[in-house]
Design a protein around this ligand. Structure first.
Ligand SMILES: [Zn+2]
Length: 218
């Protein structure tokens, strides 16, 4: 789609008149009208305002000329996956699992700060795969081939200890490297790790009846 059609669609989807949109992004109604006829394209500053207002990236406003990939983990980025800065603006370099609120989410990236990049990430991931497979092999479990960046709130299962106490091991607001392995009798194995530890668990469908298999400091 072209920018003029995208802007028209977003404006009508948000129930705004040309006047109302113009006011929100500090331009004249005539300017909005010219965008929608394709006579002009919003300038950089206005594209930023439109991006924040409609919660879509500038890349999307311009008709998605670039295929975006997270510079940390390499995942292809759709608008819903893209990270935000503290002020709510998109940061199109990273996915929201790797980067949030102006900072890197995993200890790994915090440690390396802005020099974190795909090469370092891949090296770290390979190291974790290697360590996980040593543990999985010792437990007689299937090997893992790759790890994905997973959000803590998505995989933070609650385990019941023999004492009856319930515990969680992860931080809902952090990201981890992990994966799911096929198990037996309808149960799966889940693995998750970061700079500090490796965790292996098993669970039934949808994470029900979780059992902690192993939690190991690195
Ligand atoms: Zn990422």
């Amino acid at each position: 789609m072209e920018t003029k059609d995208i802007l028209l669609e977003l404006r009508t989807k948000h129930g705004l008149s040309q006047d109302e949109l113009a006011e929100k992004v500090f331009v004249t109604r005539q300017a909005v009208s010219r965008w929608e006829t394709g006579d002009t394209v919003p300038n950089t500053e206005t594209l930023k305002h439109l991006s924040q207002l409609f919660d879509v990236t500038i890349n999307t406003l311009l008709g998605s000329p670039l295929r975006l990939y997270c510079e940390c983990c390499g995942m292809p980025l759709k608008d819903v996956d893209i990270s935000h800065e503290k002020d709510g603006a998109f940061n199109e370099k990273y996915c929201r699992w790797c980067y949030a609120d102006g900072g890197f989410t995993m200890d790994f990236w915090k440690q390396y700060g802005v020099t974190a990049g795909k090469e370092r990430f891949d090296a770290f991931k390979q190291q974790l795969v290697h360590e996980f497979n040593a543990l999985l092999c010792a437990e007689g479990l299937p090997e893992v081939e790759d790890l994905n960046v997973l959000s803590g709130d998505y995989i933070n299962l609650e385990y019941r200890l023999p004492s009856g106490e319930k515990v969680k091991f992860l931080d809902d607001n952090a990201s981890y490297l992990g994966n799911q392995l096929e198990g037996r009798n309808g149960r799966c194995f889940g693995i998750a790790g970061n700079m500090d530890f490796l965790l292996i668990c098993s669970y039934a469908e949808d994470g029900r009846e979780p059992v902690l298999v192993m939690y190991k400091k690195r």
